[in-house]
Write a protein that binds this ligand. Structure first.
Ligand code: C2O
Ligand code: CU
Length: 437
């Protein structure tokens, strides 16, 4: 830990040892032992030419493909993912978006590890203890790196039910129906060309279908399912508490967010549209025609009591647009409490505290907020409390004028990025750190 020294009128004052270290240090957390790996993967990052919708696009790819390989595991597995960098000169890392891994495995260069440079490797190990739909991406020059294609799906299935009683698995996302269809739909654009290529597969009437929608872009996307009412089974990897009734709406997924939609295939085709473009269907469909209302996740689901009745510590983050004077030349910055990264003071918490934070957006931009290492419980938005299922999110859109109140349990010690997931905004200053004292 670097000791800060300040020169004052009375001489040299050494900051007390308890002062938090600067987040941009090289004092990385030790990896904790997790046991023998049961699932091993190797991801090699490199420049590649990728065919997208009939065009060849210069990309950065994991194992030559965009998205990278889908990493799947079951709760209880120990994952070991070896990251190699062949020729990405700016370096790469792997961040497990929404997966609350130990801090040393979080993949943030300069905060939890050094970026992996060409010819180097880094081995990530963590236990799969939460089922659900997640994704991974580089966090080194993350705006450019993700835009160029360094991302993929992380899918963790619930542990099988051992006793054969047919009881639903507990914790995490619903099991994939044994006889059903389970489709992951990562959405991204590569050099302006939308991914993935439209996909059609015939699905028999009566088949249970689970669509795992992942927004890997930096802006919100609108998803509409034509031809079948559905239920939202999970958001950001966490199961919702009901409802059992079906809806026929569109959903807006913020940058980085995930929704799992489940439905039973009817005899007629069903199609998933993203921003009006069909990306998945169970038969031949024409264009999106419906004008769907948008589902409000804050009022969806079945009510359940909040897990905490106390808040031990509170922060307010005011998002705005300002001038950053940190560099040689002033530039426009996306700011938090009037400052831009790396000048935003860290949020310092103690292990075991329930931490509340209020996010106020005073700018004219949408800021999809993302805290690493913790899911936050939404308390209210614009003074309106959550009336549906408890909503545990890791990515949520803070619209211009919005005030969100959220809380989380400080149960994962380390230094964590807390930032806007519109990645150009994060690069332009909208990034701070959560630290444990
Ligand atoms: Cu998905 Cu800090 O990132
Ligand atoms: Cu933003």
């Amino acid at each position: 830990v670097a000791v800060a020294a300040l020169v004052t009128g009375t001489g040299l004052v050494v900051a007390p040892a308890a002062a938090p270290a600067a987040p941009h240090g090289h004092d990385y957390a030790e990896a904790a032992p997790v046991g023998e790996p049961t699932r091993r993967f190797t991801l090699t990052a490199g420049t590649a030419t990728v065919g997208v919708s009939g065009r060849n696009v210069a990309a950065w790819a994991f194992n030559g493909q965009v998205p990278g390989p889908e990493l799947t595991a079951t709760v209880g597995d120990v994952l070991e993912v070896t990251l190699r960098n062949r020729d990405i000169g700016r370096g790469v890392t792997l961040h497990w978006h929404g997966y609350d891994v130990p801090n040393s495995q979080d993949g943030v260069p300069g905060v939890t590890q050094d970026a992996v440079l060409p010819g180097q490797e880094f081995v990530y190990r963590f236990r799969a203890d939460q089922a659900g739909t997640y994704w991974y991406h580089t966090h080194a020059v993350s705006d450019l790196g993700v835009r160029m294609g360094l991302y993929g799906v992380l899918l963790v299935r619930p542990a099988p039910v051992a006793d054969g009683s047919g009881a639903a698995p507990t914790g995490g996302a619903d099991a994939a129906p044994a006889t059903g269809v389970d489709v992951t739909v990562p959405v991204h654009t590569l050099a302006g060309v939308p991914l993935p290529v439209p996909r059609t597969e015939p699905v028999g009437a009566g088949t249970p279908v689970r669509l795992r929608l992942i927004n890997t872009d930096s802006t919100t996307h609108r998803y509409a399912l034509a031809g079948a009412p559905f239920r939202v089974a999970a958001i950001d990897g966490y199961d919702l508490r009901g409802p059992t009734s079906l809806v026929d709406t569109a959903v807006l997924i913020p940058a980085g967010g995930r929704y799992d939609l489940v439905f039973t295939a009817p005899a007629t085709p069903v199609a998933l549209f993203v921003d009006g473009r069909a990306v998945y269907s169970t038969g031949t469909v024409s264009a999106e025609t419906g004008a769907w209302p948008v589902l409000d996740p804050l009022t969806y689901g079945v009510a359940a009591p909040a897990p905490w009745s106390r808040i031990d510590r509170e922060f307010t983050l005011v998002l705005d647009r300002g001038i950053d004077l940190h560099g040689l030349l002033p530039r426009y910055a996306h700011t938090v409490n009037g400052a831009a990264d790396p000048d935003i003071p860290p949020q310092v918490v103690r292990q075991g505290e329930v931490v509340g934070f209020t996010i106020v957006n005073r700018s004219l931009f949408v800021h999809p907020w993302h805290l690493h290492g913790h899911h936050v419980l939404v308390l209210s938005r614009n003074g309106r409390p959550v009336t549906g299922s408890p909503l545990w999110l890791d990515s949520f859109d803070v619209l211009p004028g919005d005030v969100w109140k959220v809380a989380f349990l400080a149960d994962n010690p380390g230094t964590w990025a807390n930032h806007c997931h519109n990645l150009p905004h994060a690069d332009a200053g909208m990034m701070l750190h959560l630290m444990y004292s």
